[in-house]
Structures are given as C-alpha cells and as structure tokens.
Ligand binder design. Structure first.
Ligand SMILES: C[S@@+](CC[C@H](N)C(=O)[O-])C[C@H]1O[C@@H](n2cnc3c(N)ncnc32)[C@H](O)[C@@H]1O
Length: 367
C-alpha cells in the first residue's frame, strides 16, 4: 500500500533499517518536512478532510475566550500573560475568542499571543484571521517565553503520534509497520515483549493499548510552566474512558475513513486522547474531562445562541440552532469530545467544571 510519494520513502527506510513503530510512521506521515500531512495541506473545513468545532460556529471560540478571560481574572490579571494556542488551524477559534473578550478591561493589553503550528498554509490563514493582532509563531511549545500561561488546544493532541500494543499470552508486544512481500507497507507485531510493558495495564490476551509519548511530554511541559509561573490550560479533544486501553488510531481522507497505511502524507491520522495520561503527566490540578456538551452548556451556549438569533434571519436562526446541536448533542460532538482543564491547585473549579473538584485520583496532593 505504498501509493503516495511519502509512502515510497517510508518503505525505502523500512527496507534499509527494519520495521518502525506506528508512532514513527505517524510522525513521518504527519510531520515529514516536505510531504507530511500537516506541512502542506489545508485540511480543516468543509473542502478539506474534516471540520472542527470553531469552524462549525463562532460560539465555540467566543465561549472559550470568555473562559480564558475569566481564568485571567482569577489569576489576578497578570501582565503580560502568554496566551498560547496549540494547532490553531485557520485561526478561527482565536479570532472569535479575542473578539468576544475585547470588553474585558485590561485583558487585551495584557495578552502576549503565541501560536504553535508547523503548517505554513495554516499559518497564512491564521495571519489573515488575526489581522490587528501581533502573534508570534512557534514550531514547538518549548520556545514560547516563560511567564503566566493561558493555553488552549482544540483537536491538537489527537494528531500526535501514538505507539500501539497488543496483548499476547507472552505479554504486551508493539504493533509495527513493516513490508509485505511486494514491498508495500503492512502492520505486524514485533517478535518480542515490549519494554513499554511497565506503562501498560495488566490485561487479558487480545487486549489493545496506545501510548502517546509526545502528548505526555507536552502535558508535562505545560504543567511545569503552570507550576513555575501560574496559569491554566484548556484541552479539548475526542477520547472516551477507554482511550489508551484500545486501538483508536484512525485515518480520514475527504471526510471518509480509510486504511491507516494508505497514502501517508495525504491522509489525516488521529487517535483518541487519553486525558488521564495527560493529567498525570502534567502533575498539576486537573478538572474533568467533562463532556464538551455539558461544558458548552454550562458556559451558556444556548443563551448565546438566543442572543445571536435576535439579529438573525429565519434561515440564519435555523443555522445557529443546528450548529449548537452539532456541538452539544450527545449523538454528535457533545459526548465524543471532552474537555480537560489543568491549572493552579488551590482554586475553586473553573467555569464548566462546577461539579468537579481538583482530581484527587490523578494527583492526591493537589488541593
Ligand atoms: C486538527 S487541526 C485543528 C485546528 C484547530 N485547532 C481547530 O480546531 O480548527 C490541527 C492543527 O494542529 C497543527 N499541528 C498538527 N500537528 C502539529 C505538531 N506536531 N506541531 C505543531 N502543530 C501541529 C496543524 O497544522 C493544525 O493547525
């Protein structure tokens, strides 16, 4: 199945050096400097491979903006505050968030805006969506200057490479990408038990598991910044209770599911986010994950929709209702997507996490 230029390059590499992990495959498929999916394509939106919440309705970014501004007030209004978005896509979420918070006294004057994105065409879209602001762009979170932090990441962690494991009667073994007899890419289990076994739960033969090392390392870096200078992070993504304990890696091209090895570099690969692993790695207080539907309703999406409808045509009003339903309905994005907040431990739960206390199971000494 080596039917893309990058697929041929990966097959050549495997022929020379042997099978690679699914995480290495995914890192190449998404991040190859010339041919990687997130280097060249502009995949987000109706014409791309998938649509995201900020592209469905302005209300999503507006409510996230209100959440961030409220956290800034709760932090004691630090200035400057590093407002960071990981993987801002077309810049829609940040543009809506900033427009919605213009009236918060002192907030915009305090903001130092940083966007972490590797994708040049996306950066161009962000530049145009954020005219009037002066963001700095980064390839990685590490280069964002230190200081009080307000971070948001929507559908970012799901794009980070995962390793995948299968439980055999011998123990956990890693699923690798090797070559078939015709030189095409194929999945195969490694012959020996994996050294990652100590990070995996005990399970019956046949069980599957995933580990996202890049996601854990990033969450640890975010947590370190929060401990050092204060701050909050809001992570929104898809991933249920079984994330990490199932094989969730999936491929999407033109809004359709496809084989994960097919046309690397031209296909979106993503895996369910293991929020518990992220919270553990961050090692600060965590709230949630809560369902996106309840989070947005607690933040007032229905009231915001009513306000927008007052100035809308009947057709626009129907579109506003449809967008709300898509974001919050349990059979749409409402429960598939979940929201995790990481932050300073002593605080009361942030908006949207009202019934949550800082997680005691994840970090017993956090409160
Ligand atoms: C699925 S899109 C989400 C876009 C946006 N957050 C939204 O909700 O519409 C993922 C974004 O993360 C960026 N991205 C993916 N992997 C990345 C990585 N390893 N480092 C930096 N940016 C990355 C992509 O270029 C893209 O802008």
């Amino acid at each position: 199945m080596t039917n893309s230029e990058l697929g041929h390059l990966i097959a050549q590499r495997i022929a020379l050096t042997g099978p690679i992990s699914l995480a290495d495959f995914m890192a190449e498929a998404m991040g190859h400097p010339r041919l990687g999916y997130y280097r060249k394509a502009t995949p987000v939106g109706a014409a791309g491979d998938f649509t995201t919440a900020p592209e469905i309705s302005q209300m999503f970014g507006e409510l996230v903006g209100a959440w961030l501004a409220e956290r800034w007030l709760a932090m004691g209004q630090p200035a400057p505050v590093r407002l960071v978005e990981l993987g801002p896509g077309r810049g829609t979420l940040m543009a809506d968030a900033l427009r919605a918070t213009r009236g918060v006294p002192g907030f915009h004057a305090a903001i130092d805006l940083h966007l972490v994105d590797t994708n040049e065409p996306m950066r161009a879209a962000q530049r145009s969506a954020l005219q009037g602001y002066t963001p700095s762009w980064h390839e990685r979170f590490d280069t964002v200057p230190e200081g009080p932090l307000l971070l948001v990441a929507n559908e970012f962690f799901d794009a980070l490479p995962v390793r995948q494991f299968h439980r055999t009667p011998r123990g956990w073994v890693e699923r690798m990408v090797g070559l078939d007899q015709d030189g095409g890419l194929r999945l195969a289990l490694a012959p020996g038990v994996t050294p990652f076994a100590r990070l995996l739960p005990d399970a019956d033969a046949g069980a599957e598991a995933e580990i996202c090392e890049a996601g854990r390392a990033l969450a640890a870096a975010i947590g370190a910044r929060i401990r050092q200078a204060g701050g909050w992070a809001l992570i929104i993504d898809y991933g249920g209770e079984t994330a990490g304990r199932a094989a969730s890696l999936q491929a999407v091209r033109n809004h359709r599911g496809t084989d994960i090895l097919e046309r690397p570099g031209e296909t979106d690969l993503s895996a369910h986010v293991d929020f518990r692993a992220l919270a553990d790695a961050a090692d600060v207080s965590s709230f949630g994950p809560v369902d996106q539907g309840s989070f947005l309703q607690a933040l007032g999406i229905l009231q915001r929709g009513e306000m927008l409808k007052r100035r809308a045509t009947p057709q626009q009003a129907r579109a506003i209702d449809a967008a709300s339903a898509r974001l919050i309905a349990p059979d749409q994005m409402g429960t598939l997507f979940r929201v995790l907040a990481l932050g300073e431990g002593k605080n009361a739960p942030p908006a949207g996490f009202a019934n949550d206390s800082p997680s005691s199971t994840l970090r017993p000494d956090a409160t």
